[in-house]
Design a protein around this ligand. Structure first.
Ligand code: TNX
Length: 591
């Protein structure tokens, strides 16, 4: 049962069973026989009465998205944050950064100072303690079920008692995932940007958690419509909230080239000058891109840059017509068709261009992946296409990066480590299965489940429907481990939710398409399959509506989700209609 909850209002238990079982204040007072004073007795009685009367936490320990691996609630161990609390952390700079992030998350709504204090000991008294440890959780005494292995690179352990909240992980990334869990365990008012009078209670017990897949991603298409750095940073915050650890940026397409390349400067200045519908476009300077990458890294999110090749290159050709197969510079393209453009796979100049561009992007990108697109090059004959992909694969491995490509690159020869991103809508593709047999790994983005640009319902005002309608149930209702026939579970590196932006023009529209489906894909990527349960997921997700309202995040109020009735948010979001060319009619979303 979800609890109804309004920011700033503490939920009152409705059943006796919901109350914590504290000590019995009517029982014999143990201190009386030891010579305690009347004041001592009064203090004890007051404390015991307070514990009995205190309402339970409005959030249950298991009310977390993505669902944690192990949850062991202890109704007698709720923790209440007090104004004088400090966050304690060891000397590791990465851990200190996470401690600062925790304090920064809690300060606006609580109004508490929450200083971050360095502690030499690995175990400290609290009240909020972050510990990096080589081998935590496995042998520590606790009522929680023990994990079957170590916490690994991204796992964490959270222990909540009456006196302390302790987070332990092997890495700062694990600590940050633990912080995101802890954030969800505070009352929803914790999302308020301004102080709220609230009892900042966290439900007692232990969570031991780690991801199912190493790769959990979302893609933002900044080529069809350009989104500035602040919008991208906000998306990174959304990903971190749900433990999504890769941001794939679709940086180039027919309608726009969005990243400055010093060796080919007109790509950005000419190729980036417009977008779908004919707007002014835009591009990231190298410093903009560095800022995005650094902001993501601080949230343990890896940026995966995509330069889409050999097709989807009309914008590049408007800047450098010499790369076109006929050598003719095309006009800028502001429509939404696909598959008509390509760089000439038979020209050496094309490979100079590819090597220069990928070399610069690789040098700016600390993460291991370079995405080379490869989709919908309909006009390139199969043999020329495979030859092109194989050459680009060699360029990417020469740069020391791991190549990712849309699954159309499957027929090309294998290159060590290469990753295919599946975006088909069937559960069966022999060509992709064959590439996996030859060594490829897969990121799964099935269009009919994971595409965030699909409409939720026939009346969704923006989005596509070529892969069908993707409501929250459809986004959630698949298993990455068994999704593609003849592909072993071990070949699956993870999942990704792409947002194409032919019809998405603003931050509000991005959020409207992301929420509430991004958390569904995030749960498929993070949570063990044993926790997969739609009925349970929709109940857990429902409480997040209040959080998003409080944080000012736009979301689609999907009728499938039992959103709290106490919410005061409007039930519909005014959104514009699209014309055939992808232009907007009417006011912008959330105007
Ligand atoms: C197909 S999915 C594309 C994109 C479009 C998208 C719209 C893929 C690799 N290519 O060019 O934006 O459909 O849903």
């Amino acid at each position: 049962m979800p609890r109804e909850y309004t920011p700033g209002v503490v939920a009152v238990p409705t059943t006796p069973a919901a109350r914590p079982t504290g000590p019995d204040p009517l029982g014999p007072a143990p201190l009386s026989a030891t010579g305690a004073t009347a004041a001592d007795l009064a203090r004890t009685a007051l404390q015991q009465a307070g514990e009995l009367l205190a309402p339970p936490a409005p959030v249950r320990l298991g009310d977390v998205v993505p669902a944690p691996e192990h949850v062991a609630p202890d109704a007698t161990a709720d923790f209440v944050l007090s104004e004088d609390a400090a966050v304690r952390v060891g000397p590791d700079p990465g851990a200190r950064a996470v401690a600062a992030q925790l304090a920064a998350l809690l300060r606006p709504a609580t109004g508490y100072p929450l200083p971050v204090a360095e502690t030499a000991e690995t175990a400290s008294d609290g009240p909020l303690v972050l510990t990096l440890s080589g081998a935590p959780a496995v042998d520590s005494p606790s009522p929680a079920p023990e994990p079957t292995g170590s916490l690994g690179d991204e796992g964490y352990r959270l222990d909540v008692t009456r006196t302390a909240v302790r987070l332990t992980a092997v890495t700062p990334a694990g600590l940050l995932h633990g912080v995101q869990t802890l954030r969800q365990l505070f009352p929803a008012a914790v999302e308020s940007p301004t102080p709220v009078a609230e009892r900042w209670v966290v439900p007692g017990g232990t969570i031991v958690d780690r991801p199912r897949y190493a790769y959990r991603g979302a893609m933002l298409d900044v080529a069809r419509h350009f989104f500035g750095v602040p919008d991208v940073l906000r998306v990174i915050d959304h990903l971190a909230r749900y433990k999504v650890n890769h941001l794939h940026l679709h940086l180039t397409d027919d309608q726009g080239w969005r990243i400055a390349v010093d060796s080919w400067p007109r790509l950005a200045t000419v190729g980036g000058a417009t977008g779908v519908g004919g707007g002014p476009g835009g591009h990231y300077s190298r410093d903009d891109y560095r800022r995005i990458v650094a902001y993501a890294a601080a949230r343990h999110v890896t940026v995966v840059p995509e330069i889409d090749l050999p097709g989807h290159t009309n914008a590049a050709l408007t800047a450098y017509g010499e790369l076109a197969p006929d050598g003719i510079t095309p006009a800028p393209y502001t429509g939404t068709e696909v598959g008509f453009s390509y760089v000439d796979p038979a020209s050496e100049r094309t490979y100079d261009f590819v090597a220069d561009v990928l070399g610069e992007i690789a040098a700016l990108t600390p993460g291991p992946f370079l995405h080379i697109g490869g989709d919908e090059a309909f006009k390139v004959p199969a043999a020329a296409y495979a030859g092109f992909v194989e050459r680009v694969q060699r360029i990417v491995s020469g740069l020391g990066k791991t190549l990712v490509g849309w699954h159309q690159i499957a027929p090309a020869a294998h290159a060590p480590g290469r990753v295919l991103q599946w975006w088909g809508t069937t559960g069966d593709d022999p060509v992709t299965a064959d590439a996996v047999r030859r060594g490829a790994r897969l990121v799964l983005s099935p269009g009919n489940h994971a595409y965030l640009d699909m409409k939720y319902a026939p009346d969704t005002p923006i989005g596509h429907d070529w892969a069908g309608l993707v409501d929250v149930h459809r986004a959630y209702d698949w298993d990455p481990g068994t999704h593609l026939a003849d592909v072993p579970a071990e070949a699956v590196l993870g999942v990704e939710a792409p947002l194409w932006t032919e019809s998405v023009t603003s931050r509000a529209e991005i959020e409207f398409m992301l929420f509430p489906r991004l958390p569904a894909i995030a749960e498929l990527g993070w949570s063990p399959h044993a926790t997969h349960d739609w009925a349970d997921f929709r109940e857990r997700l429902a409480g997040h509506g209040t959080r998003w309202d409080t944080a000012g995040i736009v979301f689609h109020r999907s009728p499938e989700i039992p959103w709290p009735t106490a919410s005061t948010a409007p039930t519909g979001i005014p959104t514009p209609r699209l014309t055939a060319e992808g232009r907007k009619e009417g006011p912008p979303v959330n105007a």
